[in-house]
Design a protein. Sequence first.
Length: 291
Amino acid sequence: MKHFLSPRELSALLGVSESSIKRWTDDGLISSSRTAGGHRRIAVTDALQFVRSQGLEMAQTELLGLPALRGEHRHLEAAIKESLLSGDRPTLERLLVDQYASGASIAALCDGPLRQSFQDIGDLWQHQDDGIFIEHRAVDCCLQALTTLRGVLPSPPSEAPQAVGGAPSNDPYLLPSIIASLVLLAEGWRTVNLGPNTPWQTLITAAQHLHPTLIWVTVSAPVAADIAAGWKDCHTALSSHGVRCAVGGRHAEDILGHHHENCLRPQTMVELVAQAQKIRDQSLERVESQA
């Protein structure tokens, strides 16, 4: 996928005149820079933010280095599921970036079509000999597409709140924590994803080094009793650093049953975003009251 566009390329992408693009950049509506030769160039991240803010549509997304879709009016969930089933990464990237540029929430995309697709794909092994192969390939396809999507998000400012997270020890699932990191980044948080199989002590160490406002824990696999019991001490230590914790996933109660007090329990990524925003607002209020 391309990282920069010329005014001519952006005008073709949006189906508007090149003079309109130049006028919008001159007026500061679209951020741009200039090459050593004095030519304008526009970062794809800035172009997509303009598209989202103005409610525009993209006429030729091939100019971003993404393929054209066959059958533009297909149902989104069916199209995403088809691309995952076939391991068609370029088409999945195109679908996700197109939806994001059209104003869709990344959290809603993850809660809706992506989540439903993986629920269906995860059942294939019970009926098909190649089910595990298809699922594992779909995960890899999705990871690469989400990385592309991450690349078009604007970088949060240095003063943005920090969030850190991962999955507990012996939890091998990659996608949930990556998605949590992505949806928070899309909402303006600085994020560090520690990934699967993260010991509790590693979260405490991260809190000591990074001073996050929020730590997320995605629990997708059953948690052994000794690991679950260790959450109480971990949560106490994190709280002592002023960190709020959000614990989600289908096995979240495996650890929250041991220590639920003061833990956020988002059921979806949309809920995680809403709870994170509330934490962010409360943090800003405290800073303003101390000023």
